[in-house]
Design a binder for this molecule. Structure first.
Ligand code: MN
Length: 424
């Protein structure tokens, strides 16, 4: 077994039971303290580790990395170094912070400005997002939407099982967790009218998604195979694709989602590498009919990642409204990347590829309010007695994700956003 995923190994830094960040995780993010400039970081337990300062003091010598790659407000310069460097960096961090390394413990503990408690720092957007794609790869979600809006007997469109459906979204409005978003305004066509009105959305929704980030660019005219796809993938994070359903319904024909989905999408601050997720690989669903050769794959490219969505109404406790899992994905990330590039489309470092809403088979695993309240026909009862068909002003939407097996739990932290009233 890869030593770095051995559950028996501990860090000399404290890690509370149930933490998402044991030494087996070692995610990457960008943080800032006070007015100091942002640096790259990793995290163990509640301790944020400044990689720039760590490198400046020589603790990462021998990896051939210029410490300057950690001195940017985004991870792209580090990510661009490629998978062998991501791996040697991970290994070096594992050695430095492993419980056996008492020498490193003393030297690092004696060095200023390396270790910070998470409560003292501000987490920033981890990457400068180049291009952004949103897929539609959960069969349960696509089936639910098809049943609601089209024909329950033919819920999936004819292309759905032959290709990972997706669209190109907007990267400028992807923001980090804890960024508040104002309720968007737009054109809405009431069902009893032939013409639209303008106003705040009445159907603000979340979409429970995960996204992967590419770390190796390709040239225009080339394609990435399912075999090579994971060499291009740096890691994953949680992704809340906020959506205004009434705006979407009026605008999306014939070219797809536009202003209903680009007013704010929220990601978790820590990127978890595929190496950390290795122990949690699982087979994907059987794909029937057989897919075209360029979408065929070997090995396991799905991951067993528990996903929770909670809503916290103003002044109320958090209330869990959905428990899903990334393993339900019909199309996996290798297939998504192979499809994205099969026509010769080039990809870049820091691109973000969202999964599409991840719904499971049961109503308590549906990944959007649209499905949970079934188009408003089954409003959700909140503990305070209020009802939700969609998200209300001053609701906070919280997404969490983690992997668990005996002795080992690691996770993604949170993607959290508060919805503020529309700017009028
Ligand atoms: Mn989406």
């Amino acid at each position: 077994m890869d030593k770095m995923i051995d559950p028996a190994l501990k860090s000399w830094l404290p890690v509370e039971t149930g933490s998402d960040f044991p030494i087996q995780n070692l995610p990457f993010g960008i943080f800032k303290v006070g007015v100091r400039s942002p640096h790259a970081a990793t995290r163990i337990g509640d301790t944020v580790i400044d990689l720039f300062t760590l490198a400046e003091h020589g603790f990462l010598d021998g990896l051939g990395i210029n410490p300057g790659v950690f001195n940017y407000p985004y991870l792209n310069p580090f990510i661009e170094l490629g998978k062998p460097i991501w791996r040697s960096q991970r290994k070096q961090l594992f050695l430095l912070f492993g419980s056996e390394n008492t020498e490193a413990r003393e030297r690092i503990s004696d060095t200023n400005d390396v270790l910070y408690n998470i409560s003292l720092v501000q987490m920033l957007m981890p990457v400068k997002v180049g291009d952004y794609t949103d897929f539609y790869s959960s069969i349960e979600h696509a089936t639910n939407v098809g049943m609601m809006f089209r024909d329950p007997a033919n819920a999936l469109l004819p292309n759905w099982k032959h290709l990972p459906v997706g669209y190109h979204g907007r990267s400028s409005s992807i923001v980090v967790s804890e960024t508040a978003i104002h309720r968007p305004k737009g054109q809405i066509k009431p069902s009893d009218s032939d013409t639209p009105v303008f106003g705040p959305t009445n159907e603000l929704d979340f979409e429970l998604e995960m996204a992967f980030i590419t770390g190796k660019k390709t040239a225009l005219g080339t394609s990435v195979s399912t075999v090579d796809a994971e060499d291009h993938i740096f890691g994953m994070l949680l992704f809340n694709d906020l959506s205004a359903r009434d705006i979407q319904r009026w605008e999306y024909i014939p070219l797809g989602p536009f202003l209903a989905k680009n007013f704010g999408s929220v990601v978790s601050p820590w990127i978890v590498t595929l190496d950390a997720l290795e122990p949690f690989r699982v087979p994907g669903p059987v794909q029937d009919p057989t897919v075209l050769p360029y979408l065929q794959y070997t090995g396991n490219h799905n991951f067993d990642i528990h996903l929770d969505v909670l809503i916290q109404a103003e002044g109320q406790p958090e209330y869990r409204i959905c428990q899903s899992n990334y393993k339900y994905m019909y199309w996996n990330l290798a297939q998504q990347l192979a499809h994205q590039t099969v026509n010769g489309c080039n990809i870049g470092v820091g691109d973000m590829y969202a999964s599409g809403t991840i719904s499971g088979p049961n109503p308590d695993s549906f990944g959007s309010m649209l499905e949970i309240a079934w188009k408003g026909t089954k409003p959700l009862k909140m503990p305070d007695g209020s009802e939700r068909s969609f998200i209300h002003d001053n609701d906070t939407v919280i997404m969490r994700g983690y992997c668990e097996k005996p002795g080992l739990r690691l996770g993604f932290g949170e993607a959290t956003t508060k919805i503020l009233p529309a700017v009028l």
